[in-house]
Write a protein that binds this ligand. Structure first.
Ligand code: EPU
Length: 296
């Protein structure tokens, strides 16, 4: 084997993270490691746990707000987990956790494989999308997941069956880092799948500020209602703190004007929560994952 072709684990110290998030916000990571395959990912994960280091798993950074001081532990990126393979009768897709969900959606559509097309435009990695059961009004990704491979705390790999996973609105009971996912798809005419995909994409582009830096919908929808509708009805569209503002296009998006800090976003988030509670008696819950706030 050509030694140049052996994939290597990439490792950085004091690594900038802001450009690895769609929000473009956040301080550096003490260490950033991107293993090239499942085995080495699981090994590095176990090693960090043994050392007692806080471990953060980074996918596409699309549903993530990183604090301005960054994170002191190890950030393990799934970017190297990019395998993609059709198995069985060709309707089962095995894909690495680091693959871009949107790319996978287009790839399956072109091959006449239906089931993921409504998820087009969700700017996440496959692993991140599965972990939070990302979705749209009509359904979520968990409905198509037949298996998930995760890293164990002792450096091994465990398989979880899709039907054993508790899929809830924007969450799944998967605590361990996801390494790869298997989707069950159906055959259809590529043109029909692509037509549905393009319709879903047009709908998303019309309703959401997809070309501006954000972390997607900032809050979860409260049962039976829409956070965007409530924030809008509270008159908060355009409200800003520093470089962060509530999108005029969709009120559940907090957008980074270019210079926003995490502190700006958190302060704006608090204003929004307070106002919606006052006006509607509803407590909004963040959908966006926060580092290191969540563990503070
Ligand atoms: N609305 C407003 N003002 C706004 C935004 C929305 O009045 O600024 C109203 C709309 O007119 C509509 C209702 O609120 O009557 C629902 O809005 P929309 O159809 O945009 O859906 P959503 O509930 O705000 C959810 C998901 C989105 C997903 C869309 C489309 C959540 C938190 N959001 O948004 O997912 O793309 O449906 O299926 O579940 C995400 O999770 O990050 C996300 C963007």
């Amino acid at each position: 084997m050509d030694p140049g072709s052996i994939p290597e684990t990439k490792c950085w110290t004091n690594a900038a993270l802001a450009d690895r998030t769609t929000f473009r916000i956040g301080g550096p990571a003490a260490r950033l490691i991107a293993p090239p395959n499942e085995q080495s990912f699981a090994g590095v994960y176990a090693e960090a746990l043994r050392a007692g280091t806080p471990v953060y798993i980074l996918g596409a950074g699309s549903n993530l707000l990183i604090g301005d001081a960054g994170v002191s532990g190890v950030v393990l990126a799934t970017a190297g987990l990019q395998s993609r393979r059709l198995v069985g009768d060709g309707t089962r897709l095995r894909v690495g956790a680091g693959a871009s969900l949107s790319e996978v959606v287009w790839w399956t559509a072109r091959r006449g494989l239906a089931g993921l097309e409504r998820l087009v435009g969700i700017p996440g990695s496959v692993g991140g999308a599965v972990k939070m059961n990302a979705g749209v009004r009509e359904g979520a990704i968990g409905e198509r997941v037949s298996r998930v491979r995760v890293a164990t705390t002792d450096g091994g790999v465990e398989v979880r069956e899709g039907h054993d996973i508790a899929w809830r609105y924007r969450s799944a009971d998967i605590e361990a880092p996801i390494l790869s996912v298997e989707f069950d798809l159906e055959r259809d005419e590529p043109a029909r799948v692509e037509a549905r995909l393009l319709a879903a994409l047009a709908e998303r582009r019309a309703a959401q500020p997809v070309n501006e830096p954000s972390a997607g919908c900032f809050f979860k929808n409260p049962p039976g209602d829409s956070a965007g509708r409530l924030i809008d009805a509270s008159g908060l569209k355009g409200r800003s703190v520093g470089g962060a503002y509530v999108s005029m296009r969709h009120a559940n998006f907090i957008v980074n004007r270019g210079s926003a800090t995490a502190a700006d976003v958190i302060a704006l988030c608090e204003i929004v929560c307070k106002r919606v509670r006052r006006d509607f008696g509803v407590s909004l819950e963040k959908e966006v994952c926060c580092w290191p706030y969540a563990t503070a």
